[in-house]
Structure formats: structure tokens, C-alpha cells
Design a protein around this ligand. Structure first.
Ligand code: GLA
Length: 393
């Protein structure tokens, strides 16, 4: 069950003991989420679990995945430490900035969202943490406030210049749907994954095993190149707010005033927003062929214009689209490694996944993992009995 901020908490909600947030895969709309554009992700069945209990004093952070623990006093305002704990501590810091001061606690994080794979392990940790700390502080925030707070934690404390897509979908997703988000005003539309021919399809995620990190320099560099182009356009055309509104004709008129890199980055974004709109129509029409085509076209644009793909990912995409039953494939997430997302006819999923993995192993000597993903709910609280409940109380 998704977060319902306006619902009054039930008694069982207040006995919630663990807070869960999923990972996500983005179907289309890449790098559009920090220039007012459109994204179309869905939550996937990988989970981060945050468990919280009271402590005698201080704040204690531990993880089932990482050996390093972190302990701080309640008045500690030290900067990031450079390890995994920066994500939950960043969330705590943002809550403190809102004057939400949780009593002393021990927070432990566990889960199975693949790390550095472009499936939003960071946002998943942030959102699960936010819910746990809010619960412990007897405070509440609306879902979009949780998402924007978690983004600020990542931007301002961790120092990673991400957009809003991941935190938003991890918080607000609804099972069986992709979430079309307008990142300028955070309005969204839920698009069913099972209209018409899509009912016969599955989403297969293929993990290249090539690690990517948003905090690494490439993401920030692309962002700067893009924003440089955006400011030329906004300066030239009155009333243009950002690239979310811009047209390819407007971009062409400014070509001479920006670097070739900025031009190509902007061309990716403007064409990508158009592709997201087309993907929406294809989803509503239940047309997997059209959706797949637009996904594969998006990959070409990421590869050639945004230049955020790598050889391994291009190989996975090229191989996927040559296999029977695959309607389309593309790099998903921040890029420079990570995963591809594939739209595959359900009856072909097993042979598709086997053939893709074996071609990849033969070419790169790497065992790629593939995950067949349903669209699941966003963040939830779980009671001692294991039932899903409202997380905020
Ligand atoms: C990462 C960021 C998102 C978004 C994507 C690219 O996942 O966290 O905000 O920018 O890259 O679309």
C-alpha cells in the first residue's frame, strides 16, 4: 500500500516495526529530471528494509551489507564520512533542518537492491530511512515532501547531483503501474502495465555488472554541459522556463551559441521528452511494438547524443533487440554502466534471458544477472504481523 499522508494512522500502523522501500527501473525519460522534463519509471521487487529502535543516547547506524557502523551524538552536525552511512545520516540532517529531532535510536539497514547498478539503491535507503526516522520522531510528511527531502539529502549531504525521479517513484509507486512524473511540478499519472498487448509482456532488467556511481564525475559533467545549453535557450526565448518546454527548432536556432557537447545533450533531452509522451500513448493503447521502438530509439539518443552509455551496455541492447520476443531495449538510470531495461513477450522471457546472458558471457567473460520484474508498490511500513500498513504515525 502506498503512503497515504492524509489518512489517520491506525493502531496497527503505530506498531509498525520495519520500513521498506523498493528499487526502481526507468522505462524511459533519462536525464530529463533535473531540467523540468518527464520520466516514466516503475518500482521493482528489490527492497531496502530500515529497522529502528530506541537507544539510551546518540544515533547509531549499522548495515547488513557494510561492516562500518557510525555513532554520533544527537547534536552532531559533522559533514559526510564517505561511506554508506552518509545516505541515512543525510536524511537525518534534512529532518533536523525541519526541526524534526528524533529521540536517540539505533537504525539498521538491510536489503537486496543491487548496488551501483542504476536501480536506485541510494533512494531506496533514503526513503526507508526517512520513514523510520519520522515514525520514531512521531512526525509525518506528505509523500512528495519525503521524496524531495531525500533528494536534498543526496544533493546537499552526500554531494551527488541527482534529480527527483528515484526518490519520487520509490515513495509513490503503485503496483501494476508505471509512474509518469512531470519533474517540474511533481504532478504524475499512473499508467497501467497491462493494457492490451502489454498484458502479454514482461520487463526484464539485465545487469551489466559495470558499476556506476552518480557521485562519480561523469553524471555531474553531463549535467553541467546540459545546463549550459539550457541557459542559452532560456536567455534567448522569452517565457521558456527550462528544457521541459523547449523545441528542437528553438535548439537549432541557438546551435552557434553553445558548445557541440551542450547542443547534443540538449537534443537528447528535448527528443527524450517527446519520446516519453509517445511511450505514454503506446502504453495507454497497449501497443508493445510502439513502446519498444521508442525505448530503443531512446537508447540511440543516450548513446550518441548524451554519451552516457558504455560498450557493455550497447552490446546488451544490440543483442537484446536481435532476439526473438524482444520489442525494445535501452540503458536505464544514470548510465556509464548499470542495467538495461527490456520489453519482452512473456512467452519468450526464459529463452531471451538465457540467450542474452550467454552472449554477454561469451563477449565479455562476465555473468550478467537478469531480473524479470513486476511493477510493485512504493514504500510501506510493515507490522510485527507482516501486513502492510500506513507508514506514518
Ligand atoms: C540517476 C539519478 C536520477 C536521474 C537518472 C537519469 O538515477 O538519480 O535523478 O537523473 O540518473 O535519468
Amino acid at each position: 500500500m502506498p503512503i497515504e499522508p492524509n489518512s489517520r494512522p491506525t493502531e496497527s500502523a503505530c506498531s509498525a516495526i520495519s520500513f521498506e522501500a523498493p528499487g526502481r527501473v526507468n522505462l524511459i525519460g533519462e536525464h530529463t529530471d533535473y531540467t523540468g522534463g518527464l520520466v516514466l519509471p516503475m518500482a521493482i521487487p528489490f527492497t531496502t528494509v530500515a529497522q529502528i529502535s530506541g537507544a539510551a543516547e546518540g544515533y547509531h547506524f549499522s548495515s547488513a551489507t557494510f561492516a562500518k557502523t557510525r555513532t554520533m551524538s544527537v547534536s552532531d552536525r559533522s559533514p559526510k564520512s564517505g561511506n554508506w552511512s552518509d545516505y541515512p545520516v543525510g536524511v537525518l540532517r534534512q529532518l533536523q533542518l525541519l526541526n524534526i529531532e528524533p529521540p536517540p535510536f539505533s537504525l539498521s539497514i538491510s536489503g537486496n537492491v543491487p548496488l551501483g547498478a542504476g536501480l536506485s539503491s541510494s533512494a531506496s535507503v533514503e526513503v526507508a530511512t526517512a520513514m523510520a526516522l519520522l515514525h520514531h520522531a512521531s512526525a509525518s510528511l506528505a509523500p512528495e515532501e519525503i521524496a524531495t527531502l531525500c533528494r536534498r539529502a543526496e544533493n546537499e549531504y552526500v554531494g551527488s547531483p541527482c534529480g527527483i525521479m528515484d526518490q519520487f517513484v520509490v515513495t509513490a509507486a503503485v503496483a501494476g503501474h508505471a509512474l509518469l512524473l512531470n519533474t517540474r511540478d511533481l504532478t504524475y499519472e499512473l499508467l497501467p502495465m497491462n493494457s492490451g498487448g502489454l498484458a502479454e509482456c514482461k520487463i526484464v532488467v539485465a545487469n551489466s555488472g559495470v558499476k556506476h556511481s552518480i557521485a562519480g564525475g561523469d553524471y555531474g559533467l553531463r549535467r553541467r554541459e546540459l545546463e549550459a545549453g539550457q541557459s542559452v535557450l532560456v536567455g534567448r526565448f522569452k517565457g521558456l522556463r527550462d528544457l521541459g518546454d523547449a523545441t528542437l527548432d528553438q535548439l537549432a536556432a541557438c546551435q552557434g551559441d553553445m558548445s557541440p557537447e551542450s547542443y547534443r545533450r540538449c537534443r537528447h533531452i528535448i527528443s527524450e521528452n517527446a519520446r516519453v509522451r509517445e511511450a505514454r500513448t503506446a502504453m495507454l493503447d497497449g501497443d508493445p511494438r510502439r513502446l519498444g521502438e521508442v525505448m530503443t530509439a531512446a537508447h540511440a539518443s543516450e548513446r550518441d547524443d548524451f554519451e552516457c552509455s558504455v560498450e557493455e551496455i550497447d552490446f546488451l541492447v544490440d543483442t537484446a533487440v536481435s532476439l526473438a520476443g524482444c520489442y525494445g531495449a535501452r540503458l536505464t538510470g544514470g548510465g556509464f554502466g548499470g542495467c538495461t531495461v527490456n520489453l519482452v513477450q512473456a512467452s519468450h522471457v526464459d529463452e531471451f534471458s538465457t540467450a542474452l546472458r550467454s552472449a554477454y558471457r561469451e563477449r565479455f567473460g562476465i555473468n550478467a544477472e537478469t531480473y524479470t520484474c513486476e511493477a510493485v508498490d512504493g514504500a510501506v511500513a510493515r507490522t510485527a504481523q507482516g501486513s502492510k500498513e500506513m507508514p506514518i504515525c
